[in-house]
Every structure is written in structure tokens, then in C-alpha cells.
Design a protein around this ligand. Sequence first.
Ligand code: PEP
Ligand code: MG
Length: 588
Amino acid sequence: MDIKRTIVLKGIAVSPGIAFGKVYILDRSEVQAPLYNLDQPAQIVSEIKRFREALKKSREELLEIKKSLSEREIEPSFILDVHILMLRDKTLLNTTIENIREKKINAEWALKLTLNKYREMFSKIEDSYLKERISDVEYVSQRILRNLVGAKSKSIAEIEERVLIVSRDLSPADTVQMKMDRIMGFATDMGGKTSHTAIIARSLGIPAVVGLERITREVRNNDEIIIDGCDGFVIVNPDPEVLIRYEEKKRHFEILEEDLLREAHLPAVTLDGCKIGIGANIEFVEEIPTALAHGAEGIGLYRTEFIYINRERLPTEEEHFSNYRKIIEGTKLKWSTIRTFDLGGDKFISDPRVADELNPVMGLRAIRFCLQEIELFKVQLRAILRASAYGKTRILFPMISSLEEIQKVKSILGEVKLQLARENIPTGSIELGIMIEVPSAVIIADSLAREVDFFSIGTNDLIQYTLAIDRVNERVSYLYDPLHPAVLRLIRMIVESAHDAGIRVAICGEMAGEPAFTLMLLGLGLDELSMNPLAIPRVKKIIRNSTLEEAKALLKESMKYDTASKTEDFVRGYMNNRFPDEFYFEKA
Ligand code: PEP
Ligand code: MG
């Protein structure tokens, strides 16, 4: 009898849920590019033609995937459009054609050289999300390459059984097809938390574990596996006892998720009547349906710098406008907060106007960059003002550190408004807000509050600047502590200043989406929380099942501790006991 060995592999949990079933190995190994030299001018012409045809074929394939998705009424992912657009990217086209012409080499190798150029460019990016966007260029290049060499690879749509996919890597185009083909989960050797494949898996609700490094070497077709997308495990050939345990875990997870989603649309009101506004943080307009499905009332933070992804130039006014209008005119959102460009620092920009800096996080970032490049700033402001004619708009300025900055911003905004009025272009009313994410802004929050309609606390940066910890430096990440007494005291100061001046105050840093901190934030008096959409149902449920009085008492107790770790132990212990279902998977 063939007794199969049980193996447990640990990877990165990117999309929660438990799935078990048979493995289907999808071969996504890289196509190797051949190299040969061209010695006749006619060969050069024919290679360029071949390259253009491969681009066309790749585009047709992606359009076909998109079509079949919409035929089945599945929202095609925005990332398919990004890939389709990339196939028309001038740099990709021209650099490859130039390589063929000048180096007299075949199309496959010429494309490979273009890809190397992109890899070099992306390797210099520090922001991990943006750095990972190279994977989109790689997926598109692999598709072109496959068409150039005539390699046929099986598409997800051709798989007929209900299976779990195991692959070296999966493209976002692979992932979007999973929904219609009832693929129950996937596990890959490669990938990270912020890859688009991971983002799509989350939005489709398919359990997924990536970054397993060697899963393709450990399993064969038809092996039984369990994918645990909650904790990042894959169990190959589980014994019956483990299987029973996971069946139980799966049942529990599904009941909790169903309950959460069913209630996600209820308002976030405490038992004693305190209403908290709940917003979603988004990077792409296409995330709005997911945000709404998870119970977002508005958009609390739209990081507009993401419009800049995969581009060499800043967007035009029309490109800005069409993005903002899509958000603002959506009737289901009660408000939309557009944050002006937060470029520079750890955020990607290849524009020569942002010079290489020794210490970019303290450098020409966010509002500082916009105030230096006023014409460019005005393009964005015009677009936001124009879009404001279509619905309730809030504008948010990042990284304000002095009163003069917001006064200057307001005067530029006034000029832009006047100009639009002269051109008879309609605008709507706009609420003005600033991010409070630099300690100096906290200290002068009372005077800043007189200038604006609301504050939004950017705890990601506020923690970085207050505790002097680079937020992307993993060597000091152990010090990055949202519950550091200094951070809590600063938040309290901000809320007091805002409320004294009669304005609202939100938090839009990651801290807002951490359910263990929800009660503390309520106790601190926040009016609004904005977070990653998936976190919303759990946070709302906690709010609905507590009172403001309890939150204040918890806060008072936790502020007595003098270190972050003591505070955290206390708060997590309290929340685990108080909301066992909401923290079930953290304890498991
Ligand atoms: C923050 O700093 O907390 C924030 C929300 O902005 P970002 O993460 O985009 O800097
Ligand atoms: Mg910030």
C-alpha cells in the first residue's frame, strides 16, 4: 500500500479561508528566450513584425479573458486592464524594437533586454508595494514570450474538476479566472502579500498561501492538500485526524465570515448610541465595489499617488479627473476623500524633479513636493475641484508640518477655484482636511484646526516620525509600536484640539483597521476610522457590541502602563476575552 508522507509547509497567508481537495499543478515555468543574430535587413523587418504580432495576440488573449468574465457577469479586475494597457506601452514597444534594430537580435532576446531594463528600474524603488509591481511587467512579458516562441500553456478556464491549484507563480489574469472555474484555492512558490494576485484572491474570497518556496517540488497532481489561508500553512497528504481538525476550522471560519458580512452594512453605532464613521482606504478606483460590500460608508483615504504606477509621467488633468469623478459620483458612497499626491519619501517617483535624496523620508515629500511644483499641483487641484461638482468631496493634504503650509495650500486652491469660475466650469462644495502625521502638526494642532474642516491622523507616518523609526526598515521594525505611550498621548492631543475647535477627526493609518485597537480608538474619541476594506466588518461588529463608556474605561486603564508591550498585552488580553469570536483565529 502506498502510504503518503504528510508534509507541512509554511508560507504567507494572503487570502483567508480553508480549502481542501486535490492538487492540480499548473505549469507556469518561465519560457526561456532563445538568442540569435540577424544579419539581413529583411530579417530585422520580419522580427519587428513578429514582435508586433505577439503583442497583438497577447492583447487578444487578455481581451478574451475579460469578455468571458463579463459574459458570466463577473466584474473583470482592473489589473487585466493594466496588463492590456501595458501591451500598448510605448517604452516596451520602442525599447524592444530599438533592441532588435540596433543590436540585430531576435525579438525574444530583445524583449528580454527590455525586461532587464525594467527590473533595474524597479530594483531601485524602496516602497515594497511599488517594487512588487515589476511582477506585472514580468507576467505581461511572459505572455508575449510564449506567443513569440509558440509555447502553449494551459489556461485555468480549461480545468474541469474542482481542484486546488499549485504553481510556481500565478498571474493576476490566472487568478481572476478562478472564480468562474470554481477553483477552491491556490498555493504558490513565489509571491508576497501585496502582489496583485494576492489582492485579487482576497477580493474573490479564494483561500491562498504564497511564498511557499518549494511547494511545486513537494506535491504531485492529485495529492490531497489543505490550504490554510488564515495562518499560511499548506498540509500535504494530511492524516484523517488533521483533516477533521481542519474541517472544524473551516466550518468555524465560514460561519464567522458569513455573520460578519451579513452584518457589514449595519452602521457602526455603539450600544450607548455613539456613531463612528467608517471609511475605506483605497489605492485604485476598482476597489470600490469590495469596499462597499464590506460595509464602507465612504472613502476615507484615496492614495492618488497610485495613479502614477506604471507610468513615466505624471497624469494629465483629464486622467486625474476621470479617476476622481468615478469615486465621487458613485451614489452609494456617503463621502469621498481624495488625498493629494504623497510622492517622494518611500513613495515611488521616477520624475527627475524629485532628486535622489540622502534621507528622502525627511525630504521633499508629499505637500512639500507639491508646494515646490505648484503648476503640477494645480493640475491635480483643478481635477479634484471639477470632480467635486458630481458629489460629496473631501480633499486631504498629506504631511502638513506648519501653519504656513496649509495657508499656502488654501491660497493656491483659491486661485484654482477662481480660474475655474472664470472658465465657467462648475465645482461643488469641498471639505478641507489635513493629515496629522508629523509631531510638529500635533503640537500646533489647535491653530491648524482653525484652518480646516477635519483632521485625518496618519499613524503610519506619525509613529515613524515620533519614534524615529523608518517604517520600511525591517531592522528597526520591532520598535514600530502603535501603542507606544507617546503615540497614544499624541492621538489624545490631536482629538482634543480638533474637538475644541469643533472639527471632526479620523484615523486612516493601519492602526484603524486593527480590531484589537478598536475600543481604544473609540475611547480616545475618534469620530471616524478608515481602513483596508477587509478589516471593516470585524471593526464594525466590535463597535456595535460595545459602549463608549466601556471604551473609555479600557483606555483609562491602558494609559496607566508605561511601556508599549505592557499596554499591548493588556489590551489584546482584554479584547480576546471580550470578543472571543472576533479573535478566534489569532488564538488558534
Ligand atoms: C499614514 O501615514 O498613516 C497614512 C495613512 O498614509 P500613508 O501610509 O499613505 O503614508
Ligand atoms: Mg502618511
